[in-house]
Design a protein around this ligand. Structure first.
Ligand SMILES: Cc1cc2nc3c(=O)[nH]c(=O)nc-3n(C[C@H](O)[C@H](O)[C@H](O)COP(=O)(O)O)c2cc1C
Length: 518
């Protein structure tokens, strides 16, 4: 029914002005966290039985990794810390397991997006490491992955049976070892190795020995994520006998154990953002700080990548002509709202491209501060580079890229300054620090050092400390781009992306919708 070209008469959307909600607050990304809870008494006999362990240092070893000093824990220290957390510090096993599993799930989600790595197999051992795997699988289910569980040696304690019930209530399948395919690469994108934790000793026993053998024989896919200790490794010495698995990601919990120094995979993360200062001080723990509200943090350098080989195979719902809104501003509102609802960070960040009188282009990010049928508004310094470009050539392009949704929106059109009144209103709605910042920054001019900005900022902060009105600088205000072209791009497999362009043609008030080749 719908032809590849559509004409829609323009109309006024004055209701948008009233009904457009204020821009939403930026939502934090999901985060990550830690673990461990083996009684010291269960570990100590091992330590004393094994002279090999006794000869190892029981001090945490700080080493420099990518300018971050990280401590590594011995087996004994790890056990002691768990004892302390669950004794005088009042944590319960369930709590630590929940945080550990969440750390693992969020670390996985940092690197392996569900759009590409949805089929997860969590292989869970009988102890706490296995419990972490069960919790991680539950969180991954809620993050949009499709986990399956292999849990051959179930622990009858209520903590574990509860975790199993929770997974069953989400219809997460449990697979027996016999039903696992010999070649795990066919059915899974990610394997979580939650078989043995830091209290492990000796050689892996059936059926885990066979599972580890299958993990060792894997070629490229799936990726393996080990929880705290790669299975088959010695907790302090690493894969000293060569029979352990070689994970792509290691999620250390609380602090890396000594074996983690031997980890050579591309992704080492730390979870367990609950270590109180008293524990950190006692064990002289040096750990990287967690960014923002995140429950996990990368340790060491991100892996070196072959840029030419970097590509994502997009999988998204189709963008079809008969499903999009007739008016591009409504389609933009729809996608913008969906991006906000998906929790994307800085949904309103957009690249603004301008050109000067010599037709030389220039791009930078700015924040969209409002949009309606009259256009897209952002604020800046009129004497900045972009301000100068726009006075020489009042046309610009805006670009939004919402990565997690495989979506891009291009918008082009003529630009004009908004009214002084609108700029005044917005300026005074900003935090006072930002208002002072706008006075201090002679944007795009050369500054002799950071102190110049700080000194003036401090001076003005003192000046306005009485709460009096901070006047808006004359050279600060908003621009509005009035679109004559939109393009909505949705990534699709095999580079057969959807591109729907809405354009206005000179002297014609109708929006034309056309599909462009990807
Ligand atoms: C996410 C993000 C948002 C930004 N938002 C604005 C903004 O709203 N207004 C602005 O003037 N600069 C903003 N900036 C800084 C600009 O990118 C740029 O550095 C500055 O405006 C000077 O650009 P110009 O010299 O090309 O004029 C933002 C930067 C980033 C990374």
């Amino acid at each position: 029914m719908r032809s590849s070209m559509r004409r829609v008469t323009t109309m006024t959307f004055s209701f948008l002005l009233q009904s457009s909600p204020p821009l939403p607050p930026v939502l934090p990304k999901p985060l990550l966290s830690h673990e461990h809870r083996y009684s010291l008494s269960s570990i100590l006999p091992l330590l004393t039985q094994r002279s090999r362990l006794r000869t190892l240092s029981t001090k945490s070893i700080p080493i420099m990794q990518d300018s971050t000093s990280v401590s590594y824990l011995s087996q004994r220290e790890a056990a002691e810390i768990d004892e302390t957390l669950m004794g005088p510090l009042g944590f319960s096993v369930d709590q630590l397991m929940e945080l550990a599993g969440l750390s693992v799930a969020t670390s996985v989600a940092e690197v392996y997006k569900p759009s590409e790595y949805s089929r997860v197999l969590a292989i869970c051992g009988p102890g706490n490491n296995g419990g972490d795997g069960l919790v991680a699988a539950r969180h991954l289910h809620h993050f949009g992955y499709k986990p399956s569980i292999c849990y051959p040696k179930r622990t009858p304690k209520s903590l574990y049976t509860g975790l199993v019930t929770q997974l069953e209530s989400l219809s997460v399948p449990f697979v027996s070892v016999d039903d696992l395919p010999e070649d795990l690469s066919k059915d899974f994108d990610v394997i979580i190795d939650a078989i043995f934790g830091f209290s492990f000793h000796g050689a892996p026993r059936p059926p885990f020995d066979d599972i580890i053998r299958r993990l060792l024989s894997l070629q490229k896919r799936p990726v393996i994520v080990s929880v705290d200790i790669p299975s088959g490794w010695h907790v302090e010495e690493g894969d000293n006998e060569g029979g352990g698995i070689k994970p792509d990601m290691l999620v250390s919990l609380t602090a890396p154990k000594l074996c983690a120094k031997r980890f050579c995979g591309p992704h080492h993360f730390l979870g367990g953002r609950f270590v109180p200062p008293s524990v950190a001080e006692k064990y002289k723990l040096e750990l990287p700080s967690y960014p923002g509200t995140s429950m996990c943090v990368r340790i060491g350098k991100p892996p070196k990548v072959d840029i030419s080989a970097m590509r994502v195979n997009y999988v998204s719902p189709e963008l079809l002509e008969d499903q999009v809104e007739s008016y591009p501003i409504l389609q933009f509102r729809k996608w913008f709202d969906e991006a906000v609802a998906a929790g994307l960070r800085e949904t309103n960040a957009m690249a603004l491209s301008t050109t000067n009188k010599d037709r030389k282009p220039s791009s930078r990010m700015v924040l969209l501060k409002g949009f309606d049928e009259n256009g897209f508004v952002w604020f800046t310094n009129y004497e900045s580079k972009k301000g100068s470009d726009l006075s020489e050539n009042p046309f610009a392009a805006l670009l939004f890229y919402w990565e997690d949704m495989n979506r891009q929106v291009r918008i082009e059109g003529a630009v004009e300054r908004i009214s002084e009144e609108e700029s005044e209103t917005y300026y005074h709605s900003r935090p006072r620090g930002s208002q002072i910042g706008a006075i201090v920054s002679k944007q795009s001019s050369v500054v002799s050092g950071r102190h110049v900005l700080y000194d003036e900022y401090e001076e003005l902060t003192k000046k306005y400390s009485d709460g009096s009105v901070i006047p808006k600088p004359k050279n600060w205000g908003g621009f509005r781009l009035k679109p004559n072209l939109f393009e909505f791009w949705q990534g699709q497999p095999s580079r057969l992306h959807d591109r729907l362009q809405y354009s206005l043609q000179e002297g014609n008030p109708a929006w034309i919708i056309r599909r462009l080749a990807p």
